[in-house]
Design a protein around this ligand. Structure first.
Ligand SMILES: Nc1nc2c(c(=O)[nH]1)N[C@H]1C(S)=C(S)[C@@H](COP(=O)(O)O)O[C@H]1N2
Ligand SMILES: [Mo]
Length: 336
């Protein structure tokens, strides 16, 4: 029944005055849903939408998008769920596989579907090393032995569009515990396959190929951080990063690196693809944050693929209760 309702200290630069800072517990009490949502979450059943409007934005009058938003704990295994834990309907398989960012194939959103069709995903292995006691190379079959679960997550691209995707995958912490990080390990670095013969974009000289990403070790160990191996109950479509990709739902989509072949534990913050290209626009953290705009556009709202009107963007993409404690005391504007 215990739910983490703690607040983090949000720097004053971040937020409206304390008086406007309505506590989530008070809101939930007022709405009369504390016990119901806690009960459902504890049972691993998706809670009904916390907001009153089914499928509508999870905002209530008096709440501005700069405030933390009520959220329910993400079910551990959402097998065959039809909405996310906030009541948002899933995007269709057609949406999820025909509107993509996958620069190894094309900078266009529609082209990667076709261009990735014949991408070869077998055999595949992922080499895990660096600051670990048991470095190991895993075949895809090895990785599929880690407990697979269905997780329905919102994916919020830094370009201000979003989708709701039912992934199959396993918690990254299972893999990390298997290789045993040394106490000196502080970060996890991820690398996409480098194969310009199959990925035409990688032949281009403009970008720092291969695509790389990174997380702090505690972010990587969080239960919401998964390696996805499928979606909608199917093996992962090539265009979504087959055969294995990272999904970190509270961060902008570009952190969720596709087609991973290498994972390294490091003691220094890894360099990453988009941060190398444009450090002012794409920070290492890149937590979804409606209060911190991209230098060229607002991050306050987003376009949910398949919907007409825009939605308010939620702090940490609506995963505030589960992830805010990772950033206690951090200035989220400086550490964007
Ligand atoms: N290797 C690689 N990973 C990548 C990308 C990419 O171009 N190459 N694009 C990123 C971006 S910007 C987003 S929004 C998501 C999109 O994931 P999806 O196509 O499965 O929706 O993948 C991320 N992972
Ligand atoms: Mo993105």
């Amino acid at each position: 029944m215990e739910h983490n309702l703690k607040h983090i200290e949000v720097p004053s630069s971040e937020i409206t005055p304390e008086s406007l800072y309505l506590s989530r517990r008070d809101f939930l009490k007022a709405a009369g849903i504390v016990s119901a949502s806690a009960f459902l979450a504890a049972c691993g059943v998706a809670s009904p939408s916390v907001a009153a409007t089914p499928g509508g934005p999870t905002t209530v009058p008096g709440w501005s998008p700069v405030l933390p938003t009520p959220s329910a704990k993400v079910p551990d295994d959402a097998a065959n769920g039809t909405t996310d834990e906030l009541g948002n309907p899933l995007n269709t398989l057609t949406d999820i596989t025909n509107y993509n960012n996958y620069y190894e194939f094309s900078e266009d959103k529609q082209e990667p579907a076709l261009l990735s069709k014949n991408f070869k995903t077998t055999p595949w292995s992922v080499t895990v090393g660096g600051l670990v006691s048991h470095p190991k190379t895993y075949t895809l079959d090895d990785l599929l032995k880690f407990q697979q679960k269905e997780r329905i997550y919102r994916l919020r691209c830094v370009e201000a569009w979003s989708m709701v995707i039912p992934w199959t995958g396993f918690e990254l912490n299972l893999l990390l515990n298997d290789v045993q990080p040394l106490s000196s390990a502080k970060y996890v670095a991820f690398t996409t396959i480098m194969d310009p013969s199959q990925m035409p974009g990688e032949a281009g000289l403009l970008y720092p190929w291969p695509y790389t990403e990174g997380l702090r070790l505690d972010e990587a160990m969080h239960r919401l951080t998964i390696l996805a191996t499928g979606l909608y109950g199917h093996p992962l479509p090539n265009v979504d990063g087959a055969p294995i990709r990272l999904v970190v739902p509270w961060k902008y989509g570009f952190k969720s690196i596709k087609a991973i072949v290498k994972i390294d534990l490091t003691d220094t913050q890894p360099t990453t693809f988009w941060n190398t290209i444009s450090p002012d626009e794409y920070g290492f953290y890149s937590n979804v944050n409606p209060n911190v705009d991209h230098p060229r556009w607002s991050q306050a709202t987003e376009r949910r693929i398949g919907e007409v009107s825009r939605r308010a963007t939620l702090m940490f993409n609506g995963y505030y209760d589960e992830v805010a404690s990772l950033y206690t005391g951090m200035d989220l504007r400086a550490n964007y």
